[in-house]
Design a protein around this ligand. Structure first.
Ligand code: FES
Length: 96
C-alpha cells in the first residue's frame, strides 16, 4: 500500500502533516477521522460522506484502521500459525 506524506513547508510540524490515504479520491487521514468522529463506523459510508465511494479499494484496510482507531476498536488478531512438524507432503513408501 502506498502512503504519501506531504508536509507543508512553511512552519512544518507534526500537526500539519497531511497523509493521503485514498489516492483515487484524494482523501486524507484527517478527513476520514473527522467523518468517523461524527459517528460513522463503516469506511464505505465514510467515503460516500466525503463525496465518492472507493474506486480500486487499495486504501480500505488503512482507512478502516483509522475509523476503528476513532471508535476504539482493537485491530484484528494475527492469523494463527500452523503447527510445526506437520508435513503435508510425506514421502511415499513403496509397497513390498
Ligand atoms: S486508493 Fe482509495 S479507492 Fe483507490
Amino acid at each position: 500500500m502506498t502512503i504519501i506524506i506531504i508536509r507543508t513547508i512553511l512552519g512544518a510540524s507534526e500537526k500539519e502533516c497531511r497523509m493521503y490515504i485514498c489516492l483515487c479520491n484524494g482523501y486524507r487521514d484527517a478527513e476520514i477521522r473527522e467523518v468517523a468522529e461524527s459517528g460513522v463506523r463503516c469506511v464505505r459510508e465514510v467515503y460516500l460522506t466525503l463525496g465518492n465511494g472507493p474506486c480500486c479499494g487499495t486504501c480500505l484496510d488503512c482507512a478502516q484502521d483509522i475509523v476503528d482507531d476513532v471508535h476504539g476498536v482493537a485491530s484484528a488478531a494475527p492469523a494463527a500459525e500452523e503447527p510445526a512438524g506437520q508435513d503435508d507432503e510425506a514421502p511415499l513408501m513403496a509397497a513390498e
